[in-house]
Write a protein that binds this ligand. Sequence first.
Ligand SMILES: [Zn+2]
Length: 158
Amino acid sequence: MKKIALLLVVTLMFSCKSKGQDKDEKESFSVNKTDSQWKAELTDMEYYVLREAGTERAFSSPLNNEYRSGTFHCAACNTPLFKSENKFDSGTGWPSFDQEIKGNVAFSTDYDLGYARTEEHCATCGGHLGHVFNDGPKDTTGKRHCINGVALDFVPEN
Ligand SMILES: [Zn+2]
């Protein structure tokens, strides 16, 4: 019985590992910069979130309360990622959307908190944006894209 449990643990460890490796090999981005290039271009906070998958403090982003019409672009490469019409107030303190601009956002799985979460990042430069959860508005997609405001630049519609 012990042997089976051990085997299971070993199998799980290996399957997690190979998943991560696959992701590194498969994903390539059309905007590619070195860490020092990104560091020079981004603010410390942008770098921490976009390049190191950090999380900003809840309610710290002015974009949390941004409800004008417009588009939210990647703060690193300016790719449009979310539309204002898909933004909603989740009460979490992070800008929240029920859907992304299809094709411009890519997804992966992370285990940073010890369980699987759907991570999302800019499909153009790979910059980390936030995570997707299944407690979004039921009348639309049911998804909550919980996004770091510092990873976004808002472009108002004229
Ligand atoms: Zn980007």
